[in-house]
Design a protein around this ligand. Structure first.
Ligand code: ADP
Ligand code: MG
Length: 309
């Protein structure tokens, strides 16, 4: 795909995820040692090029949001590394992270809980600008008004509160807030899942327009493949904390190789309940279990990777 005049496949690697693991403690003994761990992310590697949209799919609990939160450095990782524009983020403290807290932004699923109800739209959108010292006074207000119009809202909305808006409008406010500090990379964690189907496409189209306008790179997380195919250049499929398949979007659709990818696809393409139940059979699938170590991905055709069993 061509973005901003250069093919994405030739642009620089912006995000480099290398054998990332994030384990959560499920219990501790009397000495405070972990007695059981939940391997939410267990050896995930992928790269995202500048201007690219990398989709991450997989059913609920497969570890997608945890990957996103690690990329945002909202978590410390258990092992592995995430580099942004060549800089490893894992060992940076808050001071070192500050520039990356501007360059990397997020949009979450729930536009209801992610917007502080006691702030008006002007305050909501200008808050990140204040933190990062972008514009002052009237200039800042003008920038917020321009952004608001860019995401399809109006200047007269500046002094309203988030509860006065619909879900779709709130998500537009969240997008304006994320873009207010001119980020390079945006983690979109199920940004349309909570919205009415009628407004999902509008928000996705807007995200695409904003991407080419501002040269953005996206991680686009979703639990099914329907909208992701449209927006993503490449897609990674997560299962049990691991990536089981990575391919260009159309290739993944036309030629899914991993049984889990096939099941995921059939569950959205098939209305026949017997065929949908195919995915249940995957409960016994051992290839991506929490057995430790990195799942090995094998390149079966150019750019198409699948987990070895
Ligand atoms: N903060 C946390 N503490 C403990 N367990 C967590 C935490 N966040 C996620 N998990 C667990 O990690 C697994 C992966 O969760 P998540 O990344 O949210 O999956 P997804 O976004 O694909 O639905 C789940 O089993 C979830 O319960
Ligand atoms: Mg999630």
């Amino acid at each position: 795909m061509l973005k901003g005049g250069i093919p994405v496949s030739e642009s620089k690697i912006l995000v480099d995820v290398n054998n990332l693991k994030k384990h959560f403690s499920k219990g501790k003994d009397m000495r405070g040692r972990d007695t059981a761990v939940l391997k939410a992310v267990d050896g995930v590697s992928f790269q995202i090029r500048q201007g690219e949209t990398f989709g991450l799919v997989g059913e609920s609990g497969s570890g997608k949001s945890t990957v996103g939160r690690c990329l945002l450095r909202l978590y410390d990782y258990t092992a592995g590394e995430v580099s942004f524009d060549g800089q490893p983020l894992g060992k940076l403290g808050e001071k070192g992270l500050k520039p990356f807290r501007r360059r990397i932004q997020s949009i979450f699923q729930d536009p209801y809980s992610s917007l502080n109800p006691s702030l008006n739209v002007l305050e909501l959108i200008s808050e990140p600008m204040k933190i990062h010292g972008i514009y002052q006074g009237d200039e800042r207000k003008e920038a917020v008004a321009a952004l608001l119009e860019r995401v399809g809202l109006k200047r007269e909305h500046l002094y309203r509160y988030s509860h006065e808006f619909s879900g779709g409008q709130r998500q537009r406010i969240s997008i304006a807030r994320a873009l207010s500090v001119r980020p390079e990379f945006v983690v979109c964690d199920e940004p349309i899942s909570a919205l009415d189907v009628s407004v999902q496409a509008q928000v996705v189209n807007m995200l695409e327009d904003l991407q080419s306008e501002f040269g953005l790179t996206y991680l686009f997380i979703a639990h099914d493949l329907s909208m992701v195919r449209h927006i993503s250049d490449r897609i990674g499929v997560m299962y049990g904390g691991r990536l089981v398949e990575v391919a260009e979007s159309d290739e993944l659709y036309d030629n899914p190789l991993h049984p889990y990818t096939k099941a995921l696809l059939s569950s959205i393409l098939e209305t026949d309940p017997q065929k949908v139940s195919q995915r249940i059979q995957l409960d016994g699938y051992a290839g991506a279990g929490n057995s430790g170590g990195q799942a090995e991905l094998r390149e079966v055709s150019p750019g198409h990777y699948v987990a070895l069993d």
